[in-house]
Design a protein around this ligand. Structure first.
Ligand code: WQD
Length: 344
């Protein structure tokens, strides 16, 4: 029988790419999203790629009565992939209570409802931000969790602990926690991609918007770090590669392929690339120079972090396959498509 997966935050950036992969793998998808940082039109993009329209309900996961009525309406949901969360580091410093409310209550509500409605597993979107500034790179899943540098990062740490504690209490559920490094790129069809509202906080959308002329100049935050070229180093992972890991994770949980009740995996390429190197990649892909200047460091930035993805490679049988050139090419194609459509 077709398995039914609830995808919270399914109209968002990583969520929408994951819905595509789930549908292509034969799962039935129910998206819930409060559309606070996304748009319902994203669903048309999903339909254009897959030919299947996922169920969509505009629901906020922090609204327990409404969430409960969703589980009543769609009986026998098999698993949940929980993306819905506030995710801007800077904003979380300004509005900590909003971040704790959104990111903690939504997970608690879902966990509370899972046993009641017989939902067996939850895949949780975590982040490499839980590691803080690593002592060594690449970093594996056993590295210590350092004090969070922002309320956003803290919510991810606490969320992981909530899952561990709930499962430890004997709750009849399983969980896979996925720690993403830096997801970038778009679906190769350019039907879906990253759609930041307002001025992008993340590097790649800022680069592509500068490349196309929406932004005048990219500011590179610091060239005096202890790295070969002085700019920060990240592990940029293709969003479709990342999405595919969720399909493997959900199948692993629902088919009880592991005895462990909670598993944690890094999702990265295993290769670090500096901000300046990424700019060079964009210039090559777009075949034009990028207008950028070096400015001071951004508060709270990690100097260098990249993944040791061996556990995901060996245990999940998952591997990032796309090159950074191909990945940035998809981000550029998506940006051009957005301009053609007059979105931005
Ligand atoms: C990458 C690098 C910046 C913008 C955050 C979250 C993480 C994850 C992804 C989220 C840094 C530099 C950026 C710009 C720049 N999860 N930069 N100019 O901070 O690594 O990670 O987003 O949802 O949890 O913490 O990503 O893209 O903001 O920055 O020079 O205009 O690019 O300083 O070195 P980050 P980022």
């Amino acid at each position: 029988m077709t398995k039914k997966i609830l995808v919270t935050g399914g109209t968002g950036y990583i969520g929408s790419h994951t819905v595509v992969e789930l549908q292509q793998a034969g799962y039935e998808v129910i998206i819930i999203d409060n559309l606070s940082n996304s748009n319902e039109n994203v669903i048309d993009g999903i339909v254009n790629i897959t030919g299947v329209r996922p169920i969509f309900e505009k629901i906020d996961c922090i609204d327990m009565p409404v969430l409960k009525s969703l589980f009543e309406k769609y009986s026998n949901i098999d698993g949940i992939i929980h993306f819905a969360a506030s995710k801007a580091v800077g904003e979380s410093v300004q509005k900590p209570l909003m971040y704790y409310r959104n990111n903690l209550d939504s997970l608690i509500n879902l966990l509370e409802l899972m046993p009641e409605y017989g939902v067996k597993g939850i895949v949780f979107s975590s982040s490499c931000t839980v590691y803080g500034e690593p002592d060594t790179n690449p970093i594996d899943e056993n590295a210590p969790i350092k004090p969070a540098t922002s309320p956003y990062g803290n919510t991810k740490q606490i969320n992981e602990e909530i899952i561990q504690d709930f499962v430890h209490s004997g709750a009849p559920i399983k969980s896979i926690i996925l720690r993403y490094f830096n997801p970038v790129g778009a679906h190769p069809s350019a039907e879906i991609g990253e759609l930041p509202l307002g001025v992008p906080q993340n590097l790649v959308p800022f680069i592509t918007q500068t490349g196309i002329g929406i932004r005048e100049q990219l500011s590179v935050f610091g060239d005096d770090y202890d790295t070969p070229d002085g700019s920060c180093i990240r592990d940029f992972i293709n969003v479709v590669d990342l999405a595919k890991a969720h399909v493997i994770a959900i199948e692993r949980m629902l088919e009880n392929k592991s005895d462990e009740k909670v598993e944690i995996f890094n999702l990265g390429t295993g290769t670090g690339l500096s901000v300046l190197e990424l700019i060079r990649v964009f210039e090559k892909v777009s075949d034009k120079p990028l207008n950028y200047k070096i400015v001071g460091r951004r508060e709270g930035d990690i100097e260098k972090i990249w993944a040791q993805p061996d556990k995901a490679n060996n245990v999940l049988g998952w591997r990032a396959t796309e090159t950074i050139e191909d990945t940035i090419a998809t981000a550029w194609k998506w940006q051009q498509r957005l301009c053609e459509k007059g979105v931005m």
